[in-house]
Write a protein that binds this ligand. Structure first.
Ligand code: GLV
Ligand code: MN
Ligand code: MN
Length: 400
């Protein structure tokens, strides 16, 4: 099945008719459909399929006549889940390209001398349980199931229950990466670097440190009409000033700060709220810069809270340190096609595997809009196919 045919298969799954965006949260019917699709695609290719107790999957293409049995494998793949109302490419492009690259290599008559695995890690976006790269974190031991299972989604469903309801059971075991010698994740570019350079494919150098922080603002619920402005203890006001401070601090430092999620209680039009919970996503070029940025935003929020008669407490929900991908591997891969080596501010399972000590690389495919985590995310078919060829060349080099 061609790249185009696989892409058409995935097009309707989890797609919103109103926005054209995707809602492919983990352990929902959309994700089960995607897992079934991957299962079928892997089995149709004769790949040896492993599905673990979280829903992480790998399909292995084993060497027909292993020259040196036990050589570590080359893993490639990405994820099939999406952010809320996300694009079609973030994740699925890497999975479909990996399957298509296997087809290209077979059509070329290539026979690998080490196993090639096509992987799908679950809950990469952290859209449901708030912890990005959950599947790869559990597999690498960066997070423990005993802690993770207690996480709750927005409806109060525990992760442990969501996984069980999907018919999965982590106690049956998780994927082992012991036999993985390197990992390559192909991904749509989420900025405009490749567009500006006028090239279809790039190689990643590093991932900026980034984190998610919960800001709990509390105040006093009161009547919107009868409470004089000077008598209010309004947490929405403190939140609003903190959001402006975050934007200013990030701009001054050349970094990134976003409040993209908010919960308000009681959320009534004619009442001063009692509580506002806001989630900050912050990203910086260095670990120290990230800590300073979050400190500055928290400090300014607290100062504002004391003027507003409200309270602020800040909780780091997840922090991912700087990842520098194996520079020799990046240089080798860049040499295949003369591809540029560029940094990214987005998080990926590749960052988790790299931090776990697995030599890791990423290939990026040009995105003409530079827009991502949005229905407007896009890549031209010609660039997607150039990405497949680039990945096939990469796998041929690594698995020879
Ligand atoms: C994942 O895509 C992230 O960067 O948040
Ligand atoms: Mn993403
Ligand atoms: Mn992604």
């Amino acid at each position: 099945m061609t790249f185009e045919a696989m892409w058409r298969d995935l097009h309707p799954v989890g797609r919103s008719a109103s926005s054209g965006g995707y809602n492919r949260s983990p352990w929902t019917s959309a994700e089960s459909e995607l897992r079934a699709w991957f299962t079928e695609a892997a089995l149709a290719r004769g790949l040896e399929l492993e599905t673990d107790g979280m829903g992480n999957q790998v399909g292995w293409w084993r060497p027909a006549t292993p020259e040196a049995p036990g050589l570590p494998g080359v893993l490639t793949g990405s994820h099939l889940d999406s952010v809320l109302d996300g694009g079609a490419y973030d994740g699925p492009l890497g999975v479909v390209s990996a399957l298509a690259a296997v087809d290209v290599l077979r059509a070329r008559g290539f026979s690998p001398s080490r196993p090639i695995g096509v992987s799908v890690f679950t809950e990469e976006e952290g859209s449901r349980f708030g912890l990005a790269c959950l599947g790869s974190r559990l597999v690498t031991g960066a997070s423990a199931w005993a802690d993770a299972r207690e996480r709750q989604d927005r409806d109060g469903v525990y992760l442990g229950d969501a996984v069980a309801d999907a018919g999965l059971d982590p106690s049956t075991g998780l994927l082992s990466l012991d036999d993985v010698g390197c990992f390559v994740e192909l991904h749509v570019e989420q900025g405009r670097d490749l567009v500006d350079r006028d090239v279809a494919v790039g190689v990643a150098s590093e991932i900026w440190p980034h984190g998610r922080y919960r800001f709990d603002f509390s105040g006093e619920a009161n009547h919107a009409g009868t409470t004089r402005m000077e008598d209010r203890r309004d947490p929405m006001l403190t939140y609003a000033m903190t959001a402006l401070a975050a934007n200013k601090q990030a701009r001054l430092a050349g970094q990134r700060a976003t409040f993209g999620r908010l919960e308000v209680a009681p959320n009534g039009t004619n009442a001063v709220p009692s509580r506002v919970t806001a989630w900050l996503d912050a990203r910086c070029s260095s670990d120290a810069g990230l800590a300073e940025l979050v400190d500055a935003i928290s400090r300014q929020g607290s100062e504002r809270a004391s003027r507003d008669g409200t309270q602020l407490s800040v909780t780091a929900e997840s922090v991912s340190g700087s990842v520098v991908f194996d520079p020799d591997l990046a240089r080798d891969l860049a040499g295949i096609g003369g591809w540029p080596i560029i940094p990214t501010q987005a998080g990926h399972d590749a960052g988790i595997l790299s931090a776990a000590g697995i030599p890791t690389a990423m290939l990026f495919v040009r995105n003409p809009t530079g827009v991502s985590h949005s229905p407007a995310e896009f890549a031209e078919m010609a660039d997607c196919l150039a990405g497949v060829e680039a990945l096939a060349d990469t796998l041929a080099k690594l698995a020879s």
